[in-house]
Design a protein around this ligand. Structure first.
Ligand code: DX5
Ligand code: ZN
Length: 217
């Protein structure tokens, strides 16, 4: 079986049909949903917030929602997202001056914690927090838009973490699909976000099977 988890980013899906798009991707063999929240400050784009997540929750019972919070002041949306039914709250190291209090707040709200770093950020900055979080997200594009080109220069960060933490969940996000998943898995990523490569694929089920078989080789 595949040791990787694959979660679609629905950023480039038809967002007017969010629930059916999410259902289509789950029915295609995804393990979880990666939901991209953008505030127009931390990144130069807007998507959606907790009111949409709250409406989506009852339509997708049992599906794991990872919230990728590309927002400034991530502390601010912890409780609303927990109340909306989010399972994991992944915030950015660059977005807060106090990661520890954000981590505590997320745990107190009953969610799992992810901590993300952008391509220009050194991987060492997450080391003090690794033991407090459930997942480290290594961005492989500068966040803000789906469909950007994969930045392979970010992969040594994944390897650095994997060499030190055998059990840690390490997620990659940005430009990952059948053509780039192998490089990610090779260096130790085990949680894979894939957006346009899945959403725009005529047969996402096949794309996911292909990705799993590449990783399993
Ligand atoms: C980037 C988002 C990603 C991205 C994934 O700002 O966090 O989740 O949209 O989409 P692709 O796979 O198309 O890069
Ligand atoms: Zn994302």
């Amino acid at each position: 079986g595949c040791s990787c988890k694959i979660g679609p980013s629905i950023l480039n899906a038809d967002l007017s049909s969010l629930a059916s798009e999410c259902q289509r991707l789950m029915d295609s063999g995804s393990d979880y949903l990666h939901l991209d929240v953008m505030d127009g400050h931390f990144v130069p784009n807007l998507t959606f917030g907790h009111p949409i997540v709250k409406c989506l929750r009852p339509k997708m019972p049992g599906v794991f929602f990872e919230m990728h919070m590309m927002v400034e002041n991530p502390e601010r949306w912890v409780e609303p997202m927990a109340d909306a039914g989010a399972n994991m709250y992944t915030f950015h190291y660059e977005a807060t001056s106090d990661p520890v209090s954000c981590i505590r707040k997320i745990k107190e709200a009953g969610m799992k914690v992810g901590l993300g770093i952008n391509p220009p950020t050194d991987v060492e900055v997450v080391l003090p927090y690794v033991d407090m979080v459930d997942l480290i997200l290594v961005m492989t594009v500068n966040p803000g838009f789906g469909g950007q080109a994969f930045i392979a220069d970010c992969l040594p960060k994944v390897k650095y973490l994997r060499d030190r933490y055998k059990q840690l969940d390490i997620e990659v996000d940005g430009g990952v699909g059948p053509k780039t998943i192998q490089q990610c898995a090779e260096v130790g990523a085990n949680v894979i976000v894939s957006g346009s490569a899945l959403v725009k694929h005529e047969n996402p089920r096949k794309a996911i099977i292909d990705m799993r078989s590449i990783v399993d080789e």
